[in-house]
Design a protein around this ligand. Structure first.
Ligand code: GLV
Ligand code: MN
Ligand code: MN
Length: 421
């Protein structure tokens, strides 16, 4: 297939669309869009318009995912999923997740009227970051059949459960089983920004992901005694925030002592939260990642033991909850090779890499062959308004996507998979 020539215009449109979607926010002046929040509806509406223009059929499933089906050349053709997530962190940039969905639409647009031997389902995941409920991957877990009762009961800081959030959005939680992968799904592909400095340091626009590191997320609550900050001598205090601070430093030290281990306390909430009151309660988050599940689990256990030891020494009590245990995931070798070839065909040197960020692809990989293509992140910056992409890199990503579809359409191995689906 001749690769469309107007990819530069399409790349600029991808960037403009990412910024348009960034304006759908819960916090004016910055971008925040959590699971099934009102701006998520605006976001769905906008993307639905683009997909309808292409003749794709769009639905929002019971887990809040946008799903747009662009049929193949035969009505019964199996489907390839292409997408990423539409939720964001607080004070987000315009590209994390979003660019993967917008690129999927742009690749379909660049196909013109051409249909492929497989259908393409564009998918906009509803929850990858874990901001609203402390637990990520709600949308992709529904797809693999893991959005269970326990998850539906989790509540946000306003006491609204996942189930209630789904109902408030006008969706029906009883239909969650219908939000699963269709049996004719061939594979899942995700374009995403790298969110790190590696591709930039190599001078390469695109990379191919071989594996995604595993994650443990926990919520810990140190409980001491709130008291007067002026009258309580230092040796008679049970300061929950001081305990949480000591533990936070221990988390940093533990991670520094193990190669490739990363551990983060990203959120602290002290109560009652006044300058002249000793904190009686401190709630802290923990996020631990490593490419080896064994190393990650052992580190998370050791950090839990350190928190107990600190709490005991300071006369506090401690509660802990595991919010997520997500194993590391390998991307599918056949797709990784195909992506590598497609990147090379664009004139770039493909770099194989491990993703330290979590992605819906790691959940999908449990059930379907999955793979990811990374776009260089200028300055290595992400989860921040300064997050950006280069128009020339988006152009390469579009070209790579089109070449990849062509390769898959002509691949005997992929045809065998289509016959089996
Ligand atoms: C998602 O961005 C994550 O890796 O936390
Ligand atoms: Mn992301
Ligand atoms: Mn993110």
């Amino acid at each position: 297939m001749p690769i469309a020539r107007n990819l530069k215009i399409r790349a600029d449109e991808v960037i403009a669309r990412c910024h348009r979607l960034a304006a759908f926010t819960e916090t004016p002046g910055g971008t925040l869009r959590t699971f099934l929040s009102p701006p998520m509806r605006d976001c769905h509406h906008e993307i639905t318009q683009w997909l309808n223009t292409l003749g794709a059929e769009v639905t929002i499933d019971a887990a809040g995912k946008l799903r747009g089906f662009y049929a193949g050349e035969r009505p019964a053709a199996p489907r390839l999923l292409v997408g990423s997530h539409l939720d964001t962190v607080p004070n987000a940039g315009a590209y994390d997740g979003i660019v993967g969905v917008v690129l999927a639409v742009a690749v379909l647009e660049a196909l013109g009227d051409r249909r492929l031997p497989f259908g393409i389902e564009v998918i906009g995941f509803s929850e990858e970051e874990g901001v609203r409920f402390g637990t990520p991957f709600l949308g992709s877990r529904a797809l693999v059949g893991r959005l269970d009762e326990e998850l539906l009961k989790r509540a946000d800081t306003n006491g609204i459960s996942v189930r209630a959030a789904i109902e408030d959005f006008g969706l029906d939680p009883r239909e969650i089983p219908l939000a699963r992968l269709q049996p004719d799904t061939l594979a899942y592909l995700e374009f995403h920004i790298e969110q790190g400095p590696v591709l930039e340091s190599l001078g390469q626009p695109l990379g191919v992901v071989e594996a995604i590191v595993g994650q443990t997320r926990m919520d810990l609550r140190f409980v001491g005694r709130a008291n007067h900050a002026g009258t309580t001598p230092m040796h008679l205090r049970r300061d929950a925030l001081a305990a949480a601070a000591e533990w936070t430093v221990a988390v940093e030290r533990t991670a520094q002592s193990e190669p490739n281990l990363v551990a983060t306390v990203g959120r602290v909430e002290a109560k009652p939260g006044a300058a002249n009151v000793i904190a009686g309660e401190a709630r802290v988050s923990l996020d631990v990642r490593h490419r080896s599940d064994d190393v990650r689990r052992r580190a998370a256990e050791a950090l839990g033991r350190q928190a107990e030891e600190i709490a005991k020494r300071r006369g506090l009590s401690l509660e802990g909850r595991i919010l997520l245990e997500q194993n590391a995931a390998a991307m599918e070798p056949f797709l990784v090779d195909q992506i590598e070839e497609a990147i090379r065909e664009t004139g770039c040197e493909p770099h194989r890499m491990v993703s330290g960020a979590g992605h819906d692809a790691m959940v999908l990989a449990e059930k379907v062959p999955s793979a990811m293509i990374f776009l260089r992140s200028p300055g290595g910056i992400s989860h921040e308004p300064a997050e950006s992409v280069l128009s020339a890199d988006v152009e390469k990503a579009l070209e790579c996507g089109l070449r990849l579809l062509d390769q898959l359409a002509g691949s005997p191995e992929f045809q065998k998979r289509m016959c089996r689906a």
